[in-house]
Design a protein around this ligand. Sequence first.
Ligand code: BES
Ligand code: MN
Ligand code: ZN
Length: 501
Amino acid sequence: MIKCTGHYGSPARIAADVHALLLFSNPSAADAAIARIAPGLQGVVKQLRASGQFTGKADERVAVPTAESRFILVGLGAMEELTIERLRRAGAQAARAVSHASKLAVYCPLDEHVRKIPAVSFPDAVTAMAEGALLALYKYDAFVGKKKQEKSTQLSEILIATVDEGFQSRMKDAIQHALVLAEAVEYARNLSNAPANVLHPEALAREAVALGKKLLVNTVVLNRSEIATNKMGGLLAVNRGSEHEPRFIVMEYNDKKRRLKPWVLVGKGITFDSGGLSIKPASAMEDMKTDMSGAAVVLATIMAAAKLKLPLRIVGLIPVTDNMTGGAAMCPGDIITMSDGSTVEVLNTDAEGRLILADALVYAQRYKPAGVIDVATLTGAIVVALATHATGMMGTDADMMNALREAGERCHERVWELPLYEEYGTMLESDVADMKNVAGRWGGAITAAAFLRHFAGDAPWVHLDIAGTSTFEKATDYHPKGATGIGVRLLTEFLRTRGAE
Ligand code: BES
Ligand code: MN
Ligand code: ZN
């Protein structure tokens, strides 16, 4: 992780190679900010505005044409419309503008002169700027030769700066929060981006154990025979076509040994999804190393929660296997028995996520949870419905879903609820078993959730389908191409506000 620190002073006093000024499009506000931060630039900024090269609108960015190009300007749009997300994007813009310097200072646009912004506090602004910059600098280069690696960014430190002395003391915690979140997101992205030949089920379980050791989070991994003892028929059935043993990861964060009802997080851990015998076409299989993104989100959220020392009890449950086509693979038409005793007719082996999650949801009930949230790259249908801009949400508890929606707005990892009417459950009725695992083409994201609902018990439960949001085909703002880690900041924010209640 790149260093990130807070500083008081102007560019004359702050030792950075490049200084980024975030400016509003309101000319008077921008001019006043320049006068306070870098009075020497007043003339150039006026010229840039007059020539239309920099007007301060959102996402605009220019290098100030001075010697050494020490300054860049990033637009924030109108002051009255400032949002946290704008600041995140501006931080990202600044970080992405710098390629051959090691220290970047980013100046906070909020100070004692700028107080009329209703939605944004100074600490939130600092966190957002740091978060955006740190998240934007991520690159998956675990398998890239040294030479090629060096061509990417040379940044070694982000300095968040304020010219308002009174605000200085409020920076440290705000930056620390951003560092914890960015590190957790990076961790999730690394796991999701890791190829399936490296991050196979045993490796993912080992990673969880290593993480648990580091965080002092109690971690237990069930092996194949223990999974069999628990009668997890869904996980075992999906695993039948594999050369790798399945795993079931159980983590519990409870630093003060609190006697609380836990929040249980369940993550889909399919290390590769070939579709099984209902095999995927090649183009649909290309990205399926990321089918354990839900698992990565759960691990990274536990990481963030432990580092933030949230006053909660949190349990992570992760069923892990790949979905392959070996000779013993389950066949379409097979009838399997799940850990709660219900039977499932597997008509499509590519609907495997719900089979392994069902066993995990049954396992979750032994904790008498405060709430259960499962996170999964579950359906292509959710991508059809929401594209990559929102995570699909369905569940049984309106309060939890409201809290998740609000948390999602704050961190810009937005969720959108789809209905889960009883009727969707009837679409899964089978002639030969208690239910079938697919219901045909329509409402595919919802019928997948309706399947899970059957195993979720009485505790408040919410399902998050991240199939569209967990990986991006193109880099955008502070998300690189590939794994986004979306879900980590959402769940951390959700849990943080539970801790504050
Ligand atoms: N892992 C996939 C879902 C997926 C699709 C994730 C695209 C990310 C991008 C899941 O296991 C799957 O294959 N779902 C099937 C379900 C169908 C057979 C009912 C799907 O969505 O096609
Ligand atoms: Mn599948
Ligand atoms: Zn899958």
